[in-house]
Structure formats: C-alpha cells, structure tokens
Design a binder for this molecule. Structure first.
Ligand code: MEV
Length: 307
C-alpha cells in the first residue's frame, strides 16, 4: 500500500486565437484559466479506488494508460478527482484532467516530473479522448502560461506586458470536440483553397495578437479577437448561441469577443476592462449565458518556457 498523500491542481485554458486552424498546420495562442480547474487528491488505501463526479470508466482507463506508459503497476491509493470546469465547453476539461492524472502518476512513481514530462504524458490521454488533438490544450495547461503553439515541437511562451481581463460565458450547449474537428476536416478537404485562405488569415492574426499582447495594445487585441471570431463563423464552427453572446458583449462595451475552443456550443470570451466588466457581464446573462466567469491572465511569468 502506498503511503503517499498529496494533491495536485491543473487549471483550465482558453484559446484566444487559432483554434481548429492549429489542428491543420496553423498556430494558436492560448492562455491558462487559473480560476477553474481539476483537483486531484491522492490518499493511501487498501486497493486502487476512484472517487469522481466525471465519467469514472474514462478516468480509470486514463489512469491505467498513464501507469502503463511509465511502467508503474497501478498503485493502492484512493484517487479523488473534482473539477470546476464545465465539460465539453471549450475550457479544456479533458486536458486539465489529463494533466492532473499525468502529474499524479509521475509523482506516485516517485519522480519529480518536469512540466514537459507531464505534458508528454497528458498528450497521450488527450489522444485517448479526442483522437488526434493538436496538443495545444495540454501544453498550455501543463506549462500554466500564455503560449503560441505551432506544433508539439514549436511552442513559445508569451510575455504579456499588461494583465488581461476576460469574461468567459457558457452557452450551456455541450459539444464533442472530435465531432466538430471532424466536420472541419471534411469541409477543408472538400474545399482546400477556401480553407487555405482562412488558415492564412488566422495565422496572421496570431502573429499580430502576440505583438499586441507583448506591447499591451489591448484595443488592437480586441479587434483581432473579433476578426478571429468572424473566421470561425466562416469555418462553420460557431453557433447562433455563441454569436448572440459575442454580439451582446460587444454592444455592452467589450473590447473584443469570440467563441473559444471547439465551438458548436460551449464558451465564448470577452476582453474587458474594469469599467466595462460589470455591464458586459450583465449583457451576457441577458443574452442567455448559463454561467459566467471572470479570469485575469497575469503579465510576465518569470519561469519562462523551458525550451
Ligand atoms: C480544442 O480546445 C481546440 C481545437 O483546436 C482542437 C485541437 O487543437 O486539438 C478545436
């Protein structure tokens, strides 16, 4: 029986730019959402047992997968998992669970895992959940800092020069990432010139947004978010509920707004300042948001990416 007792926390994430395009060769800009996340508590037990509100069968399968990947026999522990993230809503619930499980397994194997070790292992779980994910979600969560992600080998950390204040609103409509990604694949294959044009525009937005964040140009960042939302509408991954929330946020004074994550439901984000925050929040609720969160992404993480 293991005598280890510890807890881990993995945050959520939001993609500011480039979702979907990043699956097909583009880049994405993502930030952690530290106000929401997955908490995993490990305590000694006579045998392995799981206590979680999420899909226990998936959690078990995922935990056995990480144990096997690191060559560890499943330990005798009680694993208690809780999440404050909405499921299937674009805020990284599965990647957050993956990062938490990866860290737990590596710590139980008595390793002091690096962020990259956790990230690599978490990616395997994301494959289990979504097939062929880009890896942006587990990476931003494992590193807990804003990143520009091009591929699993091309990632750079982003130094924000001003904190970002975001409102996140949930349409309450759950969507399957794998299904939405498959729909994009079909449309991209059927009309490759159309998709290449959108991808070029999306990639340019990521470059401009990275500069805007590094230079604290928040008005500009807002306009870029709006442009990214329009591209996602054209890609066919937004929804009437998301569009309604985006319009409501802009009309109430948000600097910019867009859907985030896989789309077809789930969440949208609005860039606000302290003045507009309250009125934008009220407008989002009036326009149908079932849940609303406020998150601040802090300027400059001194750790920097280790790559
Ligand atoms: C989902 O959070 C982001 C997508 O781009 C999928 C992926 O990157 O694997 C839609």
């Amino acid at each position: 029986m293991s005598d280890q007792r510890f807890s881990v926390f993995a945050p959520g994430k939001t993609i500011l730019f480039g979702e979907h395009f990043v699956v097909r060769g583009g880049q994405a800009l993502a930030v952690p959402v530290s106000e929401l996340g997955t908490t995993g508590k490990v305590s000694p037990a006579a045998e392995l047992s799981f206590c979680c509100a999420a899909d226990v069968a998936f959690v078990k399968r995922a935990f056995f997968t990480v144990c096997e990947a690191i060559g560890m026999a499943p330990p005798a522990i009680e694993l208690d998992l809780e999440t404050t993230l909405p499921i299937g809503a674009g805020l990284g619930s599965s990647a957050s669970l993956a990062v938490a499980l990866a860290e737990i397994a590596l710590r139980l194997a008595e390793r002091r895992p690096s962020e990259e070790e956790i990230n690599q292992l978490a990616y395997r779980l994301e494959q289990l959940a979504h097939g062929a994910p880009s890896g942006v979600d587990n990476t931003v969560i494992a590193y807990r800092q804003p990143i520009v992600f091009k591929s699993r080998k091309e990632i750079r950390s982003l130094n924000l020069s001003a904190p970002l204040q975001l409102l996140i609103a949930d349409t309450g409509v759950q969507a399957s990432t794998a299904a939405v990604v498959a729909g994009v694949a079909q449309r991209a294959t059927a009309n490759s010139a159309w998709f290449a044009d959108l991808l070029g525009q999306a990639d340019a937005l990521v470059d401009q947004a990275a500069l805007a964040l590094e230079n604290a140009e928040l008005e500009r960042l807002g306009r870029l978010l709006n442009a990214n939302h329009r591209l996602l509408v054209e890609l066919g991954v937004s929804s009437s509920e998301l569009d309604r929330l985006v319009e409501a946020a802009l009309a109430a004074g948000a600097k910019g707004a867009k859907m985030t994550g896989a789309g077809a439901g789930g969440c949208m984000i609005a860039l606000v300042d302290s003045e507009a925050g309250r009125s934008v929040g009220a407008a989002l609720k009036a326009a149908g948001a079932v849940r609303l969160w406020s998150t601040q992404v802090d300027a400059v993480d001194p750790r920097g990416a280790q790559r």
